[in-house]
Design a protein around this ligand. Structure first.
Ligand code: CP3
Length: 344
């Protein structure tokens, strides 16, 4: 099999490792900003299959990434469940916060299938383009981890502390559990549909998974991920799953052993060798270069990247960042990083 990402996800160590970058289709690329400028907003772009396909392919064309990640957002799922969603320039996503049982009851799992149709059309178009022009590039579909999606749905947007979310998880456990149930069921529908449309890998983005206490991390991060993985594996046994339980720290080993994912993505704070010691030897690791090293470039970037390459050598590893690429990243630094990895 020629696809390096798929080789690594089935437990093989490939040298030099394949590489892609979280949020690689985005504002750091002038060609992305040009397409974005032709739309009325983020959702207008995400629901336009031709344009979403184009921006998905841009980083593959420019840098030869080993994977394309569907251009969409984890908040498309709340939107498909019927929660309003707006992306305000410079402020991030805004949703009317859900804080009670009535808010949860208003969400409609039944409408997800219809709402996600344009996203699935993007998946089909991207896969067809990859088969024709980039046959060694893997298409990654994704969803948010249910807890991370719940964070935005309850808080109504981004937050430093997600205090309303943690208060609800502890103080209104029934409301919270009902919300988590709807998100989890909808996520299984959404990821299954992406795989049927042509996604070769499914990734769960758990950007806020690590803010929970260990007890609640087991209930609201590990258990839903295990349920999603079991359902997807039953239907699509050959589709690998990557979990990104950001900031999970000491819970990483339990997540890796108990969810049934094929790979874990490490955030920037995870020491690669220590993290590797917490997970099965044949499980793939993705990550975890500091996005700020990529902004800095030069010797700082080379040293950080080299340490990571050497620490992961001999293990199944997909080179990536520890969090999304930042809009101020010079595209030349990305090109230099890719050249360094390819000549390792
Ligand atoms: O290139 C890719 O990786 C594919 C597309 C992708 C986007 N968002 C596009 C996007 C993916 C995989 C995401 C995931 C996502 N979205 C996460 C998980 C990963 C992470 O970064 O923690 C989260 C938490 C979100 C929620 C979200 N979407 C926020 C907080 C914001 C605003 C902050 C920001 O960076 O702008 C978004 C908007 C967003 N999603 C943009 C892009 C390219 C920028 C908006 C624009 O171009 O108008």
């Amino acid at each position: 099999m020629a696809k390096k990402v798929m080789q690594v996800l089935t437990g093989e160590a490939v040298w030099p490792p394949p590489v892609w970058l979280m949020r690689q289709a985005g504002r750091f690329l002038p060609e992305y900003r040009a397409v974005r400028a032709t739309t009325t907003g983020f959702m207008d772009l995400a629901t336009n299959p031709e344009k979403a396909c184009e921006v998905t392919l841009q980083p593959v064309r420019r840098f030869g990434m080993d994977a394309a990640i569907l251009f969409s957002d984890i908040l498309v799922l709340p939107w498909a469940l019927g929660q309003d969603l707006a992306f305000e320039a410079g402020e991030g996503p805004i949703l009317p916060p859900i804080r009670d049982q009535a808010g949860v009851d208003a969400l409609d799992v039944g409408r997800v299938r219809g709402e996600i149709r344009p996203i699935l059309e993007t998946v089909r178009q991207v896969r067809a383009a990859l088969i024709e022009h980039h046959p060694d590039t893997t298409l990654i579909g994704f969803a948010g981890s249910p807890f991370t999606v719940a964070c935005y749905m309850i808080e109504g947007g981004g937050s430093k502390e997600f205090a309303h979310v943690r208060a609800m998880a502890h103080g209104q456990p029934k409301v919270f559990a009902d919300l988590m149930e709807k998100i989890t069921v909808a996520t299984i529908t959404y990821l299954s549909a992406q795989i049927l449309a042509g996604a070769e890998v499914a990734m769960l983005f758990g950007s806020w998974d690590g803010i929970l206490s260990p007890r609640l991390f087991r209930t609201h991060v590990i258990a839903p991920a295990a349920r999603i993985a079991a359902q997807l594996k039953a239907r699509f046994p050959n589709t690998p799953i990557i979990g990104f339980p950001r900031l999970s720290g000491m819970m990483l080993g339990e997540y890796a052993h108990q969810t049934g994912v094929n790979a874990v993505a490490l955030d920037t704070s995870a020491e690669p060798s220590l993290a590797a010691g917490m997970i099965p030897a044949d499980m793939a690791i993705q990550g975890n270069l500091d996005p700020l090293a990529l902004v800095a470039g030069g010797a700082a970037l080379r040293e950080e990247a080299d340490m990571l390459l050497q620490a992961m050598r001999g293990r199944p590893h997909i080179f990536n960042l520890g969090h999304g690429i930042l809009p101020q990243t010079p595209p030349e630094h990305v090109a230099e990083l890719i050249a360094q990895i390819r000549s390792a």
